[in-house]
Design a protein around this ligand. Sequence first.
Ligand code: VGL
Ligand code: ZN
Length: 193
Amino acid sequence: MERLQPGDALLIADIQNDFLPGGALGVEGGDEIVPIVERYLALFERQGLPTFLTRDWHPPDHCSFRDRGGPWPVHCVAGTAGALPPAPFRTPPAAVLIYKAIDRSSEAYSAFQDTPLHRHLQALGIRRVFVGGLATDYCVLNSVKDARALGYDVFLLTDAIRAVNVRPGDGPQAEAEMVRLGAMPMCLEDLAA
Ligand code: VGL
Ligand code: ZN
């Protein structure tokens, strides 16, 4: 059992239409985690703990797009419907939005890369970060790596992540890598009410 305490924060990656089934870069099962993510958000919100939501937020000519020589179809173009959360998704009023990979010429999978996230967490005295969202093998993996390198304790919300799996096995491999780096796997049932 894990009990939430002051110094805890929730970090949810890229709950955006383009990463959900039917989206430009749809992640299989991505829709299944949405209600679980909402429950984590509600738990943190109820205890007055900070929540952070990342948004992949690319210019239309971003270097990660295939027509620019990158690996991905056009996705999450800033301000488009594909870059928004699904319509019924409830974002806590106090949630902080972290926009990433906004620069045309650089890819950024981590929520910490070229964002104010670390400064926000420091200002709030955060020591433990609970991480979920999309995608396990990109944003979640790279955010967890950076969080560990920055000295945060990390909990990996295994019921609230899904992988792109460009190569079969990428998801489980990413999870193993995060655990190797010290991330502690847990799920909703492990959180004491
Ligand atoms: C991501 C693929 C393309 C991610 C971003 O943040 O997980 N994955 N762009
Ligand atoms: Zn992207």
